[in-house]
Design a protein. Structure first.
Length: 116
């Protein structure tokens, strides 16, 4: 089993940057694909970035491509989401998820607020 804790959210002005962290407990962290989702109230969760277990493969949604960078440090059991050129529409709760063999674990989320 994996427990995930997100951190790094907060308030930032448009054009600014934040780095989110997703720290995992448990063993064999490198077997998990890690996703970052965002979820606004009343809407479905949206995948914004994904990274493979060894970090060689990444995915970004069109809305964040070129602005966000996902990376991982398996020695520290941590995945990062570097968010640059933030826009007010990036304001939402961000969640990380770890997936392997059909099982998905979720963190509790971290709020990002971008002021105009």
């Amino acid at each position: 089993q994996v427990q995930l804790v997100e951190s790094g959210g907060g308030l930032v002005q448009a054009g600014g940057s934040l780095r989110l962290s997703c720290a995992a407990s448990g063993r064999d962290f490198s077997i998990y694909i890690i996703d970052w989702f965002r979820h606004a109230p009343g809407t479905e969760r949206v995948l914004v970035a994904q990274i493979s277990g060894n970090g060689d493969n990444t995915y970004y949604s069109d809305s964040v491509k070129g602005r966000f960078t996902i990376s991982r440090d398996n020695a520290k059991n941590t995945v990062y989401l570097q968010m640059d050129s933030l826009k007010p529409e990036d304001t939402v709760v961000y969640y990380c998820a770890a997936a392997s063999r059909g099982v998905v674990y979720w963190g509790q989320g971290t709020q990002v607020t971008v002021s105009s």
